[in-house]
Ligand binder design. Sequence first.
Ligand code: AMP
Length: 402
Amino acid sequence: MENIKTVSDFNFKNKIALVRVDFNVPVNNQSFQIIDDTRILYSLPTIQKIISDSGKVVLISHFGRPKGKCSKIYSLRFIISYLSKKLKIPIKFSEYCIGEAVEKKISELKNGEVLLLENIRFYKEEEEGNEYFAFQLSKLGDIYVNDAFGVSHRPHASITIVPKFFREKKCIGFLMKKEIQSLKKVLGKGIAPITILLGGAKISSKIAIIENLINLVDYLLIGGAMSYPFIKAQGGQVGDSLVDEYKNLKVLQKIIEQYQKQKKTKVFFPKDVIIADSFKNSAKTKIVSIHSIPNGWMGLDIGPASIKHFCKIINSSRTILWNGPLGVFEFKNFSSGTTSIAKSIVIATENGAFSLVGGGDSIAALKMKKYETKISCLSTGGGAMLESLKNKMLPGIKAIIS
Ligand code: AMP
């Protein structure tokens, strides 16, 4: 972090800043209304800094997964009026990201003006990390700025290849700086006790993280459907609960053994779960031990004893990172584990703990209870935040340093 340049290190007067942002926000499919504008709001300070320096701003972003093809439903046009209102200036738009048409529009740009490019993923070369495509993009600006934390774990052209063409004229934006600093406050300089809470359904993407956290944190709490493969690996009966396709139980047994061998990190799974006889909100329910879920039943939330246990640990923690719901919180009857955990993180934060929450579902759960402003930091990138927990520098950050 010390040797990484930020937008504060540059004066953008008369310069064209090529800014990679992440405007991949949730929208209503029919009305194109923005449901959650956090990512856009957090990128405004970087854009405003360039404007106030009298620089020109060219914004690159992706939106959704158009898989290399142009399509109306994935157009970034819906951002224009929103951004214009926030920045209080008209926003120009280019339907092309490379080539003469966009180059002409940029040549006509005046200091203090902003040009938004169409969805960069309309070009398949973006996700392929294509060098020539990156070179063409690099011709659009004088200084490259990465403020797209949410995609900085992806080796895409606009993230890892474009910066190569800018030599020392590249930096990160304020959003990226804040994300890096927040993560440092957890793993680098986190005040003990440090607790990491992982939920959700997919375990395969989180195995390397769990392996890395050994000896680094004080408590690792694993909940949600993520816990069932571990319970199975320990010989428990999980009935019809959702078990991620990850089948290598031996690896999970080995991880558990490794945790048992050391003294620092205590790992806990839920003790009890709320089971349902079908996957719906109105299903019949019972509370049972997580190790003995009968066939025909599935665990959809953590039970009251687990809530009490997890909340006690959270309340005693000084540093907390949370990613992933503890149950199927989308169903009201199975949301209390997730919302109780959210509430205890809020209380711990009010009592002075540092809290960092990332991942669309966890942030949605916070918003359900209007807790989002009561957390120390919300991460704009769930996947990127998790990748950072593997203790490797994200490719998008590395590309700015090298
Ligand atoms: P992930 O993408 O891995 O973060 O998973 C998020 C999803 O996990 C959410 O949609 C939750 O509904 C789901 N989830 C959490 N706990 C459970 C559970 N016990 N059974 C089924 N799905 C779950």
